[in-house]
Ligand binder design. Structure first.
Ligand code: PLP
Ligand code: SF4
Length: 362
């Protein structure tokens, strides 16, 4: 079925060269050369759906900046391939075991669209051994023999690039392990290729509960009717939805854009989960923001808007994800705590246990 509604059609008609990109946006000759140069170093591909969200003329369009290679990717000197040291924390190829009770299992190196800010730029878009069926099975064997693992995050690349059959095989094998309590997916398809979220996929997923899905929207312009319908179908299958955004310079690093994204997500019943400081990956320096930008955003959200709309601001590291916010607890001793509210007002509350009540309790 050759229609825009069909995800296989979206995949096979992805935009991977400048002449087809020109159907969507104006590209100068100079920019064409730059895209070709940057695109040789870092893989690119854009679904017709995501390209259709681009502004034809504006080179600073937030959709364009996330999808079209930029010459700035080649000027970057200070990033690393793998600052999170995922490779060192992989007991089997493709399995990352950083926390005691949960793992990330990478099952695909492909994505619908290759984000220019991707943390896994080092392997996405290339055929790699770590996501072969054999490697996935090794990862699942490790999970089976490690009883402390109660939470498996299936990630990539993008796991929803796999066929329903392949996904079901993974889910079935994981569900046969008693100590695996929850299974989570990290997928950007609701944003970059919402056509992937078919009724058949949702019916299949619903057999393997408890399942959670985290997706990746970065800008309010991505919150389309198609995306809302994809979210609606997943929610209809009983799957709670969360969102992980990356804080990106010139894309979503201002309060107005961020608020509009977070409020829009809540309207789609997607709970903002994490807002990441952009990882220091080679080729992404032009997206980095100072730590203060994220802290300021959180300061201007918490208390000013619905608590459910406020994500945790995360700096990721080889030691795990570290949530950051400015101190609300100014002082704490055995008797009292000094606290600051969202507007900066300070108050003291008693917090110790009175000797009198301790005695009564005994
Ligand atoms: C992010 C991540 C997880 C999941 O972390 P949560 O904070 O529980 O969402 C698990 N393993 C690895 C390696 C991760 O990077
Ligand atoms: S969808 Fe995720 S893994 Fe794929 S390119 Fe984007 S950020 Fe990277």
């Amino acid at each position: 079925m050759e229609t825009l509604d069909n995800w296989q059609w979206q995949m096979t008609n992805r935009i991977t060269n400048i002449s087809s990109l020109r159907d969507y946006v104006n590209i100068s000759e100079q920019e064409a050369g730059e895209i070709a140069a940057a695109g040789t170093k870092f893989h690119w591909a854009i679904t017709p759906y995501y390209a259709s969200l681009m502004d034809k003329k504006d080179t600073h369009c937030p959709i364009r900046m996330q999808a079209i290679p930029s010459i700035l990717e080649l000027r970057n000197q200070s990033g690393l391939q793998d600052p999170l040291q995922e490779e060192q924390q992989s007991p089997t190829p493709g399995l990352i075991h950083r926390y005691p009770d949960r793992v990330a299992l990478t099952v695909s190196s492909e994505c619908a669209m290759y984000c220019r800010h991707c943390t896994r730029k080092r392997f996405v878009g290339q055929p790699v051994q770590r996501t072969s069926w054999q490697a996935i099975q090794l990862g699942i064997d490790y999970i089976r023999s490690t009883e402390s693992i109660r939470d498996v995050l299936i990630t990539g690349g993008d796991p929803f690039i796999l066929s329903n059959d392949r996904l079901e095989r993974i889910l079935k094998t994981l569900r046969a392990i008693d100590h695996v309590e929850i299974i989570r997916f990290g997928t950007r398809t609701p944003c970059t290729m919402p056509q992937r979220i078919t009724n058949q996929l949702c019916d299949m997923l619903a057999k393997y509960h408890p399942l959670w899905v985290n997706t990746h929207f970065n800008h309010p312009r991505e919150l389309t009717e198609e995306a809302a319908q994809a979210a609606h179908r997943l929610l209809g299958a009983g799957i709670p939805l969360g969102n992980q955004s990356v804080l990106l310079r010139g894309i979503n690093d201002d309060l107005e854009t961020m608020k509009s994204l977070l409020h829009g997500l809540l309207k789609m019943r997607i709970r903002p989960y994490y807002l990441y400081q952009c990882d220091r990956i080679i080729g992404t320096e032009h997206f980095w923001t100072p730590l203060n930008t994220g802290l300021d955003l959180i300061d201007h959200l918490q208390g000013y808007t619905t608590g459910l709309a406020v994500p945790q601001f995360i700096v990721d590291s080889p030691l795990g994800k570290i949530p950051l916010s400015r101190a609300k607890l100014l002082e704490l001793n055995d008797n009292h705590a000094v606290l600051r509210n969202y507007e900066g007002q300070v108050m003291t509350i008693p917090c110790g246990i009175e000797p009198e009540s301790t005695r009564l309790a005994i």
